[in-house]
Every structure is written in C-alpha cells, then in structure tokens.
Write a protein that binds this ligand. Structure first.
Ligand SMILES: Cc1ncc(COP(=O)(O)O)c(C=O)c1O
Length: 486
C-alpha cells in the first residue's frame, strides 16, 4: 500500500474552511505536488491534523471526486486520480505565461511611464507634492455633516444619470457663471471623475491615431497622457514670458485640439491677458481647432480676480472648458467637470457611459449641498488667504537660502512654485523624496521639440500648499545641502 501524502496545508479562520481546503488541495494536485495515483490522507486523519471537522474534509473530498481530481479505490482509500494529467494539462498550459502571452493579442498602445520620480503609491501625499491641497485645513466637521446627511437618503442608493447629479451640475454652472464668467447652464455641464477623465473623454470623442494636438510646452503631464492616448502626434507649442507663444501657432500644422491653461499656465504660472485670449480664440476659429481650456486652479489668484475664462468671452466659442475639485476640495473626491456646447453633450455622455458609467452619487450629492450651503465659498476664502501666506513665506525662504542657484518663477503662485536653475532635477527630486518631500522635476514637463530647438529646462516644481511652515524651512535647507555637496 502506498504511503499517504503528508500535507503542508494551513487553514485559518479568515475565510470559510471548506473553501480554503478545496483551494489548497486542488492547487497542489494541479501543480503535481500531489502526484497522480498517490494516496490522500484519510478524512479522519486530515481533520485531526487541521483541527477541523471530518464532515468538512468529506465534503471537500466529494467535490474533488466529482471534478475528477480524486478517486476512491474501494476498500483502500482516496487517491489522486490516475488520469488527472488529462484534466490538468490544459490548465497548466494556460498558466504557462511566457509562451502563452506571445500569442495573445498585445495591448494597443504602450502605457506611458507616468512618473519618473515616484517609487510607490505611498509617496503620493508627501509635503510639496504638486497639486496637493492643505488637507489638514480641510473643514472636516462641516463636510462630515453634509456627507452624513446625504448618506441617509435612500434615493441616492440607485442609479441616477451619467451626466451627473442635477443639483451638482446646477451648482457648478452657477459657480462658473458668477466666478469665472463661463457662459453655461446645467445642461451643458458634465460631471467627470476628475479633470483627467474630462481630458480622456475629449480624446475619445475627437481623436484618432493620425490626428495632431497642439500642447503647451512645458505643460501638464496629465494632458499629454490623455490627449496622446491614441498614439497621435502631440505638437509642442513653446512659451514666451511663461504663456503660450502665439507666433509659433501660425507656423504649426493643422490640429484638432489645442490644450492650454490660460489662467495659470501649468507649471510656469503665466496668465494670458484679455487681448491674448481673444487672439487665441480668433486663431482657433480661423483654424477650425477646439481649444481645451483647463481652468485647474483659477481660485487661487492672490492679488487680483482672475481674468474671465476664454469660454465666456464670445458667443459659442470653440472651447471645451474643464475644471476640477481636486485642488479646491480634495483629490480623492475624483470630481471634475466639463462644459461643452449643447450639441456635443450627448456624445460626451454616451462616451462616459461606455468608459466609466456614473460618478459616485453620494459624493456628488454631498458636494452639491456643500456648495449650496455656502461652505465651499467659505472654504475657498480661507484657503486663498492661507496659500497666499504660504506662498509669500516660501518664496522669501527660497530667495534667501537658494539665491543664485535656484530662482523662483514669480507667477507660479497658486499652489506650487517653480524654481528654475541648472541642476540634475531628476536626481534632486529623487533625493528629496527619500527625505520625505514630494516634488516634480521641471524637465519632466517638457516634450522634445526639435522644431523650435527648445531643450528642456531644469528646476523643481514644489507644491507648497501641502507643506507646513517648518517643513518649508526643512525642505529648503535640504535643497541647499544637496546643492552644496555637488
Ligand atoms: C493642470 C492640471 N489640470 C488638472 C488637474 C486636476 O486633475 P484631477 O481632477 O484629475 O485630479 C491638475 C492636478 O494636478 C492639474 O495640475
């Protein structure tokens, strides 16, 4: 009589016992750690070894017999089925990854290498991470109150609408009309899962592989990834005085879209004035190009009211307007918005339905209440004041400590500061990360641009909004130390 298999099974109480035992036995048979024809321990023995009931073992053995993994030899016990090879060969084949994958269809495009500095998702919220608000100052109590209020509404437990929760669309439209001069009503607003989804939807709706997109250089990387997602050409438009250089637009090839951040160029911070905005709109009209206006942080202009959005400057302009609550509220809400001409709304909603479906309803409803109650406006006023103080303090620290090596770009106010200078910015950012500070290398915001012979500039993009005053001092001193050691 052959020796029974000795098992190395471990069962715990985290999941149903029967399921665990089944999984482990089946896996060992498939892996041929339990050889065909070998004898299984008796049900009594296995139950005693694992300290579980014999009935559990019997039920699992029965299931494995029914599936052809085990067989009973009358009077002798339970065995791994002699013919199991014919059952497990196809399973093993499909797990034979290297070979199998060569013949499986390939992904259509290569995913871009998103962030050259980040090492893990745990790094996402380090102080100085660009775009990260001061979450410690978020009015949690007021927010929790509206969340709790909305949570109890059964009406929000079902489906609602892909375009977005109507009271939120109304609140967004009202906010954009009054504070940004956007010409819109709730029917034109599409709530998106962050501004990133708005950009991806624009690409889905307008672009094919051979279409060209004009894009600020340097510019927001999220826009590059979204608008280049079909492998289509991204034509860099250089900046002049930190805003889009119009002279290079006249020479550029036709493009379907032009992406820009007119109210606060990302990352350099320049602001397109009114006449430049009108020039750009006229250019777009005569060149049949959509302007993608990313109004991502216009709330944080410290000294003057921001210039009205391009979208509102003309009747029916060729503008797709987008914004986000990531900076004004918090990134984890994943709520952004698009404002598009009425005749495009159905296309956008249909595409959103295909790619993501609805935006979580409770969050939309809580946000709508937060805005309607006046909490949002109050929060923005506080944050504007706080970020202004942080910006002033950080800028003066940088000037006194890093003088001559890294120079702050004054316009980059909002929530981040760009420091320009000849440094190995990737190495510096990696090192800062190892010291607990997030930042982005300025050079990573540049696309290659042989036509305008514009080499990437180096420097740091530092999101001061998320840093405390002591962290500001600490970070600037660390940068000084790093520079001194080179
Ligand atoms: C230029 C720009 N646009 C949009 C966004 C917002 O993106 P999302 O709403 O997907 O968080 C950011 C955030 O960093 C940004 O910097």
């Amino acid at each position: 009589m052959s020796q029974a298999i000795t098992t190395d099974l471990t069962i715990d109480n985290s999941q149903p016992l029967q399921g665990q035992l089944y999984q482990q036995l089946a896996q060992r048979i498939i892996d041929q750690r339990f050889q065909p024809g070998s004898r299984m321990p008796s049900s009594r023995q296995l139950a005693a070894d694992l300290d579980i009931s014999r009935n559990t073992v019997l039920a699992v053995y029965d299931q494995l017999k029914a599936e052809g993994f085990l067989q009973t030899q009358s009077g002798r016990g339970v065995y791994v089925h002699r013919d199991i090879i014919s059952v497990i060969r196809p399973l093993q084949k499909s797990r034979n990854t290297a070979q199998q994958q060569t013949s499986l269809p390939k992904p259509k495009i290569n995913s871009p290498r998103i962030d050259p500095v980040r090492t893990s998702d745990l790094d996402n919220n380090l102080p100085f991470t660009p775009g990260l608000p001061d979450l410690a100052e978020f009015p949690l109590r007021q927010w929790n109150r509206v969340v709790h209020h909305q949570e109890n509404r059964r009406i929000l437990m079902g489906y609602n609408g892909v375009q977005g929760y109507f009271p939120l669309r109304e609140a967004i439209a009202e906010y954009l009309r009054s504070s940004r001069g956007v010409r819109c009503h709730a029917e034109q607003v599409i709530v998106t899962n962050g501004a990133q989804q708005a950009l991806a939807l624009i690409a889905d709706i307008f672009l094919q592989a051979d279409d060209s997109v004009l894009i600020e250089n340097p510019g927001y990387r999220g826009s590059r990834y979204a608008l280049g997602r079909y492998g289509n050409e991204l034509t860099p438009v250089p900046l002049k005085n930190h805003v889009l250089d119009f002279s290079s637009l006249t020479t550029s090839a036709p493009a379907k879209l032009l992406y820009c951040t007119p109210t606060h160029q990302y990352p350099m911070g320049g602001i397109l004035d009114l006449s430049q905005r009108l020039t750009l709109l006229n250019w777009a009209i005569s060149n049949n190009t959509w302007v993608v206006e990313d109004d991502y942080d216009s709330e944080f202009h410290f000294y003057n009211k921001p210039i009205a959005a391009m979208q509102g400057l003309l009747e029916n302009p060729p503008v797709l307007y987008l914004g986000s609550f990531s900076k004004t509220m918090m990134p984890s809400l994943r709520i952004g918005y698009l404002v598009v001409p009425e005749y495009l709304v159905d296309d956008f909603v249909a595409m959103k339905r295909i790619t993501s479906g609805e935006t979580p309803l409770f969050v939309q409803a809580a946000l709508a209440e937060f805005i309607h109650d006046g909490q949002f406006a109050r929060h923005l006023r506080r944050m504007r004041q706080l970020y202004r103080e942080k910006w002033e303090r950080f800028q003066s620290l940088v000037v006194t400590t890093l003088q001559g090596v890294l120079t702050p770009v004054a316009e980059s106010a909002g929530m981040h500061l760009v420091l320009q200078g000849e440094v190995d910015d990737l190495a510096l950012c990696r090192w800062l990360r190892s010291q607990g500070f997030g930042s982005a290398p300025l050079s990573a915001h540049f696309l290659e641009d042989p036509e305008h012979q514009q080499p990437p500039e180096s420097g740091l993009v530092l999101g001061f909004s998320s840093a405390t005053f002591p962290q500001m001092r600490q970070c600037v001193e660390l940068i000084r130390k790093w520079l001194d050691e080179r």
